[in-house]
Design a binder for this molecule. Structure first.
Ligand code: DHB
Length: 390
């Protein structure tokens, strides 16, 4: 089979890219090893930058703006105090709370309506001819039949365990990587919201984040040991742990119907592009979840690669593609820094001394006491301007 663009991965990055390419008249094939229901049901992030919502507005049937909830700020809790960072007042910008799996339902429905060649249950086994102008994907479909797709360009939008990545980066030891000595314990519960806005809390017992999903379902996280057994604690213990970490706020409790442990890592691939292959989203980089940059960063990569592929395939101009990695990496490293900074400012490190603890409170106070400090946080959280040209 032959296609202009073969996209591995039907997550936010791959689906959005196929939409943008189609809008420019460029066809693509999107494959994913998972089933549609697995993609639509996996619980992931929740916060969309304003620019991400503006991009999604162009997708027929997108509910990000209508069903998603606008948040004009966040609460930072520390030292028994509560401080609001007001994005709308500081910048006239906001974020939207709209779960990633809902974004995916919208994108999948819109792509299928538009006639997109979108194949679930297709595993890519290897890439061939990657030094030619016609790279090839070889894989296996859900029925066990061989899949063989020759493309003018292959995009790895296949997440942190990308099969496309090794072709581009070589051995994984070349990549930039950092681990953290903690993880998040995430819950979904049936309860009304405990707060109108997200609460990011630095407490003597460790970090907690009070987020939401709807009027009836809430999402909350607390810092835990990476080895934590997800089933070791009773519901009462989970509530006690969460409640102890948000002094001054009374959590509204309800049945906990989902629990998961999220690993914390920072990762950037050494190369984002080689010849006629490129990486976007989590295949190219991973951020720890504090600050909610992951999906938004994927969208920013896709906007750039979309421009580069349009130039290449419609005009034979390779210059934007040659600039893709360098341009994308500027935002990627800013987001890496912001995610690392929010993480370190808010979490209790197992090795922290009294000095480290008090310095951390000094850091938080430097942010909330300064309009410039708050503004930096607000700019990063609501999203830096998206590139309009390469
Ligand atoms: C959520 C996740 C985040 O990492 C974050 O910073 C804010 C919200 C969420 O899942 O709701």
């Amino acid at each position: 089979e032959r296609t202009p663009v073969a996209i591995v991965g039907a997550g936010p990055a791959g689906l959005l890219l196929s939409h943008l390419l189609a809008a420019a008249g460029i066809e693509s094939i999107v494959v994913d090893s998972r089933s549609r229901s697995e993609i639509e049901q996996t619980i992931r992030a929740g916060i969309l930058e304003q620019g991400t919502v503006e991009v999604l507005d162009a997708i027929p049937g997108s509910r990000a703006r209508t069903v998603g909830q606008r948040h004009d700020g966040i609460e930072l809790h520390f030292a028994g105090e509560s401080h609001r960072v007001d994005f709308a007042e500081l910048l006239g910008r906001s974020v939207w709370l709209y779960p990633q799996h809902e974004v995916l339902k919208d994108l999948i429905a819109a792509r299928l309506d538009a006639g997109q060649d979108l194949r679930f249950g297709v595993t890519i086994d290897r890439l061939e001819d990657t030094d030619s102008n016609t790279p090839r994907l070889v894989g296996t479909d859900a029925e066990g039949a061989t899949v063989n797709i020759v493309a003018d360009f292959v995009v790895g939008a296949d997440g942190s365990r990308s099969v496309v990545r090794p072709t581009i980066t070589g051995p994984s030891s070349n990549n930039y990587f950092r681990e953290y000595p903690f993880a998040w314990f995430g819950i979904l519960c049936e309860a009304p919201p405990s707060s109108d806005e997200l609460i990011y809390s630095n407490s003597p017992n460790g970090f907690a984040l009070i987020s939401q999903r709807s009027d009836a379902v809430q999402r909350m996280y607390f810092q835990c040991d990476p080895q934590t057994d997800v089933n070791a604690m009773s519901e009462a213990q989970l509530w006690d742990t969460l409640q102890a970490r948000v002094p001054g706020t009374t959590l509204k409790e309800g049945p906990i119907f989902q629990r998961d442990v999220l690993r914390f890592r920072s990762f950037v691939a050494h190369e984002l592009r080689r010849g006629r292959t490129a990486l976007v989203g989590d295949a190219a980089h991973t951020v720890p979840p504090t600050g909610a940059k992951g999906m938004n960063l994927a969208v920013a990569d896709v906007l750039l690669l979309n421009q580069a592929l349009q130039a290449l395939l419609l005009r034979g101009d390779e210059r934007p593609l040659d600039a893709y990695a360098e341009t994308a990496l500027k935002r990627i490293w800013k987001a890496q820094h912001f995610s690392w900074w929010m993480t370190n400012m808010l979490h209790l490190s197992p090795e922290a001394s009294d000095f480290d603890r008090l310095r951390q409170l000094g850091e938080l106070r430097s942010v909330v006491d300064s309009e410039a400090g708050q503004r930096y946080l607000a700019e990063a959280y609501t999203g830096w301007p998206l590139a309009t040209s390469l």
